[in-house]
Write a protein that binds this ligand. Structure first.
Ligand code: 10D
Ligand code: SF4
Length: 320
């Protein structure tokens, strides 16, 4: 006689906002519209956003992903990723007379402009960001080599050697942990009382909202999964935020196949969210995988509503 398997009950807290932000949405549209306008291949410098599923989908449509401008032929359009590029990159594309479209998120470009303005006003720049991340490279690359000092931690603030403590300004990466950044900014202001900067930091609305939503669900979750890629800064921060907010088992998963079901045995409540570069279909896939294994009740927990939209560059809005 076969025994009917009964599924264990599970509450799945679905965080909102989660997933795509306005900058990611715009960047993907830029590649799609460029393919429509110019046909394939269209080159993209760096992953347009940090998500393999998105990148693979665009590659299937004719996008070619490269890391350096030098890898692009002169006679095909090139798109710069949402994370931003050093000033030298569009300058070189223009020198080579290439057609290029900048998909840098307008909220990242805003930080570029801030950095340039402070520099013109004679202030030395400090950037709070993660070393080697393309956004950090892009923002630091708005000013001449060596002009921007990078700090990653409170400990770095104590070490940083500045030209003149009275002539300083700071900017930040847009995808940092809000809480960690409060401490770093406080350390900067304590050591350099004259430092000029944004009111708080340059973390964007999408990063802030996704972290807030995670904080709202994490204390009630036995486990929390963040749909996102291992190279996605904002997604990795969501895992850290979940752990700090009281959910010790918080993991990044790219897709349902990455879920470690053995580690989830016996859980009663799981949280699901997604980084700003993770498409909703992947979140649906993860939720459905829980539905297959548990008697699942989904509870949406919404801590903010978003209605931000960015236009694509004009060149793509006019016919070829
Ligand atoms: O690594 P990341 O969080 O900066 O980038 P991702 O592509 O995952 O998400 C979009 C965020 C951007 C483009 C930086 F603001
Ligand atoms: Fe723009 Fe923020 Fe999205 Fe980055 S995470 S692309 S800054 S909206």
């Amino acid at each position: 006689m076969t025994q009917a398997m009964t599924k264990a009950p599970l509450t799945l807290y679905l965080a909102a906002p989660r997933g795509f932000c306005a900058g990611v949405d715009r960047a993907i549209k830029i590649v799609e519209m460029a393919l429509e306008k110019w046909g394939a291949p269209v080159y993209v410098r760096h992953e347009i956003v940090h998500n393999k599923f998105v990148v693979d989908g665009l590659r299937d449509k004719g996008a070619v992903f490269v890391e350096e401008l030098e890898e692009c032929p002169l006679d095909r359009p090139v798109i710069f990723s949402a994370h931003g590029v050093p000033k030298a990159v569009p300058a070189e594309a223009a020198r080579r007379e290439m057609v290029y479209v900048d998909a840098t998120c307008p909220l990242v470009s805003k930080v570029h402009i801030e950095a340039a303005r402070h520099h013109e006003n004679g202030l030395q720049m400090i950037m709070i960001g993660h070393e080697g991340h393309p956004e950090t490279i892009g923002t630091m690359g708005q000013l001449p080599e060596g002009e921007v000092l990078l700090v990653e931690t409170v400990a770095d603030v104590a070490e940083v050697e500045v030209r003149d403590p009275d002539k300083l300004a700071f900017v930040t990466q847009t995808t940092l942990s809000v809480d960690d950044t409060v401490d770093i900014v406080a350390a900067l202001r304590a050591r350099f009382p004259a430092i000029v900067g944004p009111h708080k930091e340059d973390i964007c609305y999408a990063t802030t909202n996704r972290q807030e939503a995670v904080k709202a669900i994490a204390p009630d979750c036995d486990a929390l999964l963040v749909v996102g890629a291992p190279n996605s800064s904002n997604s990795k921060r969501l895992v850290e935020v979940a752990r700090k907010a009281g959910c010790s088992y918080a993991q990044l998963v790219q897709r349902a196949e990455d879920i470690d079901w053995r580690a989830l045995e016996g859980i009663r409540a799981v949280g699901v969210t997604a980084g700003a570069s993770a498409p909703e279909v992947l979140i649906d896939e993860v939720v459905a995988a829980f539905g297959d294994r548990f008697e699942m009740t989904v509870e949406k927990v919404e801590t903010a509503q978003e209605n931000v939209e960015f236009k694509v560059p004009r060149v793509l809005r006019v016919p070829a």
